[in-house]
Design a binder for this molecule. Structure first.
Ligand code: ADP
Ligand code: MG
Length: 392
């Protein structure tokens, strides 16, 4: 009996040690697999970036505003939206059906990662010295803030872009980069610096020729993931209306990433910017029955969105005068919407049939933006210093 017990105890020990070994092996394999996936992802992004820089050299005949349409996640009831193909969105109404065309249509099942991958060529072109911007447009509750900011577990375009740019900067040989971010909120047609220690002080726009600046705006250098999180925490504290609250649609939010690059071998430099804008949704008075302060807010939002529509419409018709100065929003976006910039508009729509009127109006606006030409895109690169220059 004693012998049997001893044997059992021994084999149980062996078994435990085998299981432990097997678990350790499994963990090791999982770590290796995760590393390989990360490596593949990085290589894929490199490829995209290379493709992008080659592609940038081609004349952009298609116009430099691209428009993607994202259908919000939806679980309650039947969706009125149907992504019929990669570029076609069908809207089913009572006995009617309308079709809208976009550069890309993303169905409700689309993940944050997929949206980001779609926007990646635009995002990384700021590394090559381009001025680019991404605007999230759509009615309140359609998923703009989810797309741009996202949640802690499912971060949106903003955080992913900063991470990506940091990653790309580290991976480029012979290049030193300096990445800075700034964050502005436009509330009641007034600018507030969300990275400032005095976030309630309004700021003004200064224009000199074609360049626009905001004197006093804080620019924070980011080098690590921790710097990003610290900056985002500060933004959350400083916002007029909490970013996690759907009421955040009462202000426009502009995150600007400035990337200065220097080629240590040749001395050449580049300067690119990426502006990521989460627009407030248009307000409908009959729906909100807004009074007092919220009516003032709603009027300011509608006025700035009308200005944005007028700017796009002037660009579309190649008008001599584009009314950028009609609102703070369009004035700030001027460098991103003129001449040599590239722009991606992310149109967000709610698949709930209850919002059909607003959805149709958003889709009409968004699909009409396709193929607008801003001008010929240009890289902001200073030539390599030659020997003569260096002597001065
Ligand atoms: P908006 O900024 O356009 O007013 P939000 O981004 O705040 O809209 O979205 C409204 C709600 O819907 C939020 O609770 C958000 O988390 C959720 N939501 C939006 N888009 C998605 C999505 N694609 N998948 C899952 N939830 C989403
Ligand atoms: Mg929002």
């Amino acid at each position: 009996m004693c012998c049997v017990t001893q044997e059992l105890s021994l084999s149980s020990k062996q078994l435990r040690s085998m299981v432990r070994q097997a678990l350790a092996d499994l963990r090791h394999q999982a770590e290796e697999a995760a590393g390989a996936v990360e490596e593949l992802r990085f290589r894929y992004r490199r490829e995209v970036q290379e493709w992008n820089s080659q592609n940038n050299e081609l004349p952009d005949l298609q116009g430099n505003i691209k428009v993607f349409c994202r259908c919000r996640g939806f679980s309650a009831g039947k969706s009125c939206l149907d992504a019929a193909s990669e570029q076609e969105l069908l809207v089913h109404g009572k006995g009617s059906m309308k079709k809208f065309l976009f550069d890309k249509v993303y169905p409700s099942s689309t993940s944050q990662e997929e949206i980001f991958e779609g926007a990646l060529p635009i995002i990384t072109s700021c590394v090559s010295g381009y001025r680019v911007c991404i605007l999230a447009y759509g009615q309140s509750g359609s998923g703009k803030t989810y797309t741009m900011t996202g949640t802690k577990d499912k971060p949106g375009v903003n955080i992913r872009s900063i991470r990506e740019l940091l990653h790309v900067c580290k991976g480029k040989e012979n290049y030193t980069f300096n990445l800075k971010i700034s964050m502005l909120e436009i509330y009641n047609d007034t600018l507030y610096d969300l990275l400032s220690v005095n976030p309630n002080n309004p700021l003004e726009i200064r224009s000199q020729g074609r360049s626009i600046s905001v004197p006093g705006l804080t620019h924070v250098e980011v080098k690590t993931e921790e710097d990003i999180l610290n900056a985002m925490d500060m933004v959350d504290k400083n916002r007029k209306i909490g970013s996690t609250n759907t009421e955040s649609s009462r202000s426009h939010l502009l995150l600007t990433l400035t990337l200065e690059g220097r080629d240590s071998a040749s001395g050449g430099s580049s300067s690119g910017t990426l502006t990521l804008c989460d627009l407030a949704g248009p307000k409908h008075f009959s729906k909100t029955e807004a009074t007092g302060q919220s009516r003032v807010e709603a009027a300011a939002i509608n006025k700035s969105l009308t200005s944005l529509r007028q700017v796009f419409s002037a660009l579309k018709s190649n008008a001599l005068h584009v009314p950028f100065r009609n609102s703070k929003l369009t004035h700030l976006l001027q460098p991103c919407l003129s001449g040599d910039a590239k722009c991606l508009v992310l149109v967000n729509v709610n698949p709930d049939g209850k919002h059909m009127v607003e959805t149709l109006s958003t889709l009409q606006f968004g699909s009409a933006l396709r193929q607008i030409a801003l001008g010929k895109t240009a890289q902001h690169i200073s030539p390599t210093k030659n020997k003569a220059d260096k002597q001065h």
